[in-house]
Design a protein around this ligand. Structure first.
Ligand code: PLP
Length: 393
């Protein structure tokens, strides 16, 4: 018997446990300090009324023999896939429901999609990055080539023709940086991927935060993407489903590699290894896409967007370089006075009792940078910015 040795070479993820430890030690030593957390990647607004109503309906149906649902289609109920298809159509992307696969969230699918690809493939991953892309590939022993994101390229690295890649991870709006690719930039990525016969794994978990109509929300707004990309999306941040769990993945029928349809392979994978998302959750998810659901979700998103604007405006006034915050819930700032990420973390915690996330936790290029999130309450965000302004004025 041999275990998967690749697990032994994974680095422990100390980022969030170290943050929690430092904050709890600080709070124990300074019980009167009112600590504000702008480091969290979880939402704080509850599910909206339209979603709760549908969720209740789904549960009631499960309690009656006439409306009870047992196993459902592994790829999701038709009513939800149809709702997602219409949602995409509203911003100009034509999909068929067969290309839409409902799941329990983007994280699972981002990891599971690797079942479709050989371990010998070379993977291109931006640095800094959402750590799941690296770890899922390291677990399979795949070779990773890092793409440098930096202040110079606005944390939006572009393809280099001389580089070979089979799988390419792009996340826009980005976690952790909040940077968003333009149409032209994504077109360059699509052209590169087609030339290389690579597949782009596009993470659109934060698409609902894009307000600028000139910026793409889906890779499938880009010409040719249906022949080279898979898109992951999530209701976690769009509709507060972090604890309810629902997402979806788009695998276009036109996407073929080595003569095989990736849509057919993914269908085979899901029907073999997954038994679908619970019926009440899919009912609740479909309500997100209803007229009322969209209005109510937008109201919640507006709170986060206002927080992001407040953080970004404060940093601009203080002359602190940053990206994100306009079409994203994340703000990525350069630590003032040449501080490294952890020194700045301690500086904020000790002086103004505000907690963020050290950029170095997202990759080597994150050193010297810091992530703030807009998911706290408006009151907490305002108070944190008041304290920051006082500290740096
Ligand atoms: N993709 C990105 C970029 C994320 O930041 C997150 C969560 O923080 C996810 C995916 C996971 O989404 P889900 O909650 O749907 O699993």
């Amino acid at each position: 018997m041999k275990i998967n040795q690749n697990y032994l070479s994974l680095q422990e993820s100390y980022l969030f446990s170290t943050i929690a430890k430092r904050v709890s030690e600080y709070s124990a030593a300074h019980p009167d300090a009112a600590v504000i957390r702008l480091g969290i990647g979880d939402v704080t607004r509850p599910l909206c009324p339209a979603v709760i109503e549908a969720f209740h309906e789904g549960i009631e149906e499960q309690g009656k023999a006439e409306t009870f649902h047992g196993y459902g289609p592994e790829q999701g109920y038709g009513f939800l896939r149809e709702a997602i298809r219409n949602y995409y159509e509203a911003f100009g992307v034509a999909l068929s429901t067969e290309e839409i696969f409902v799941s329990d969230g983007a994280k699972s699918d981002v990891g599971n999609i690797l079942d479709l690809f050989d371990r010998e493939n070379t993977v291109l991953i931006p640095d800094p990055v959402y750590p799941v892309y690296c770890d899922t590939n390291l677990m399979d022993g795949r070779k990773i080539v890092y793409l440098d994101a930096s202040k110079e390229n606005g944390f939006l690295p572009m393809p280099e023709e001389s580089r070979r890649a089979d799988l390419i991870y792009l996340c826009s709006p980005n976690n952790p940086t909040g940077a968003v690719y333009s149409r032209e930039q994504l077109q360059a990525w699509v052209d590169y991927a087609r030339k290389q016969e690579a597949v782009i794994l596009f993470d659109a978990a934060y698409e609902a935060f894009v307000r600028d109509p000139d910026l793409p929300r889906s890779i499938f707004e880009i010409s040719g993407a249906e022949e080279c990309a898979v898109e992951f999306c999530s209701l976690s941040k769009t509709a507060g489903f972090t604890g309810t769990r629902c997402g979806y993945t788009i695998v276009p029928s036109a996407l073929k590699r080595n003569g095989a349809s990736l849509q057919k392979m993914w269908l085979r994978r899901q029907t073999t290894k997954f038994n679908g998302v619970s019926y009440p959750v899919q009912k609740a998810a479909a309500a997100v896409f209803s007229t009322q659901g969209q209005i109510q979700c937008r109201e919640n998103l507006a709170v986060y967007q206002e927080n992001a604007r407040l953080i970004s405006d404060t940093l601009t006034r203080l002359g602190i370089w940053h990206v994100g915050g306009k079409n994203s819930p994340y703000i990525w700032l350069q630590c003032p006075d040449g501080m490294d990420s952890w020194a700045f973390f301690d500086h904020l915690l000790n002086n103004i009792h505000v907690v963020g996330t050290p950029g170095s936790g997202f990759g080597k290029n994150g050193e010297g940078f810091f992530r703030l999130t807009s998911f706290a309450t408006q009151e907490a965000t305002k108070e944190a910015m008041k304290r920051l302004e006082k500290l740096y004025q």
